[in-house]
Design a protein around this ligand. Structure first.
Ligand SMILES: NC(=O)c1ccc[n+]([C@@H]2O[C@H](COP(=O)([O-])OP(=O)(O)OC[C@H]3O[C@@H](n4cnc5c(N)ncnc54)[C@H](O)[C@@H]3O)[C@@H](O)[C@H]2O)c1
Length: 355
């Protein structure tokens, strides 16, 4: 297992089992004194542990992060940060908790130290999301990019296997789309390929033994690289479809990503043939010229649900989602074609292999 300190421009990255212990030192390094600790209600205990670890540097735990950062939650958290005289936020958790940290940072400029416990990758991006009146708005703002990220694989041991697999595929989606991004570049593509390889090798081991720290470390390293991909280059059809499934149909984030990815990759198989061959190589399919079936098989091996119907997508969903996606498409190597997208989503709805 690699243990290292990595400093890119501009996020400082500390990686290694047990590295949560360096949090206090990292707060000091930022010139901060009192950290408001953010968690979800489910991870409050971990927040309390962090507070004990920080001692005087803790401004207390705010355990109210929820999915998609509702505006009221963000406002209440901002007020809490002022009330407790916090001069930085420590976000311990997945994309929802880090998203709450970003909402505070956007308004107040407070620096964020992120301690990710899933593979979603938000910690490496300047992208924020806020939900008002059931509408989620996203945008980019350099102020919301965490200053410091501590990746401690030990904190991922408790991530349930089902969520680990889906969250890992959520990360892999960032890397796959980075390979054919409009602004793809050689460095990010190297990171993307390595991310896919790391996730493909480690996730089956995590499923066999969720307490295998080596496998958890490899998965988290893949997620880190995937997060850099997401923050650095533009995403394409896969992310557009998943935003629609999350925003309009309220489907769970990581699961929707995992189910749609084989179908989105298949959709782009000819338009992005060379980038997707790199993805296939990283997945271990040396000769494959269609990465879709490889991803579908991986999902099956990992026990990920294969059908969007199983996570709440309705029968009328494919037509509606295809039309929403086509109304404001992202860049994609193959143009958005409404009929083809509807048929892609219909196969995903039913859990059929891409084709
Ligand atoms: N802005 C970005 O760049 C970006 C990137 C990726 C995801 N996101 C956003 O993040 C959200 C999804 O994040 P997510 O998939 O990480 O899920 P999440 O943060 O919603 O976490 C899901 C559940 O798992 C729990 N959990 C997390 N880590 C755990 C662990 N190690 N052990 C036990 N339980 C744990 C959480 O407390 C929560 O109950 C979405 O709203 C998505 O839009 C944003």
């Amino acid at each position: 297992m690699n243990t290292f300190v990595y400093q890119s421009t501009p996020t400082r990255v500390i990686f290694g089992a047990g590295k949560l212990a360096s949090l206090s030192e990292e707060i000091q390094r930022l010139g901060a004194r009192r950290a408001l600790i953010l968690t979800t209600p489910e991870q409050r205990e971990l927040g309390d542990h962090v507070a004990r670890l920080l001692g005087e540097r803790s401004a207390g735990v705010y355990p109210h992060a929820v999915m998609h950062v509702p505006l009221e939650t963000a406002q209440a958290a901002r007020e809490e940060a002022i009330l407790r005289e916090a001069d930085c936020c420590v976000a311990v958790g997945g994309g929802s908790t880090i998203g709450l940290g970003k909402a505070i940072a956007m308004d107040s400029g407070l620096p964020i130290l992120a301690v990710p416990t899933t593979y979603a990758g938000s910690e490496m991006t300047p992208i924020y999301g806020l939900t008002e009146n059931r509408l989620k708005k996203t945008g980019r703002d350099p102020r919301v990019l965490p200053k410091t990220v501590i990746y401690d694989p030990e904190l991922t041991l408790t991530l349930p296997t089902g969520l680990s697999a889906c969250s890992g595929l959520n990360a892999m989606a960032h890397a796959i789309e980075a390979l054919y991004a409009q602004d793809a570049n050689p460095v990010i593509s190297l990171m993307a390929e390595e991310s896919i390889r790391a996730l493909a090798q480690s996730l089956p081991k995590v499923m066999d033994d969720p307490y295998n720290v080596e496998a958890r470390a490899q998965a988290l390293q893949g997620a880190w690289l995937a997060g850099i991909c997401l923050g650095s280059v533009g995403m394409a059809i896969h992310h557009k479809l998943c935003h629609t499934l999350g925003g309009t149909f309220n489907l769970p984030h990581a699961q929707a990503h995992a189910i749609v990815l084989p179908h989105a990759a298949h959709y782009n198989r000819r338009a992005a043939a060379e980038p997707l061959r790199r993805a296939a190589r990283a997945l271990g399919g040396q000769q494959a010229d269609d990465v879709g079936p490889l991803l579908y098989d991986l999902n099956r091996r990992l026990g990920i649900p294969l059908a969007l119907a199983d996570i709440g997508f309705p029968d009328h969903g494919p037509a509606e989602a295809a039309s929403i996606a086509c109304a404001s498409p992202y860049y994609n190597p193959r143009p958005f074609e409404q009929d083809a997208i509807e048929s892609l989503l219909t196969r995903a709805l039913k859990g059929q292999a891409p084709g």
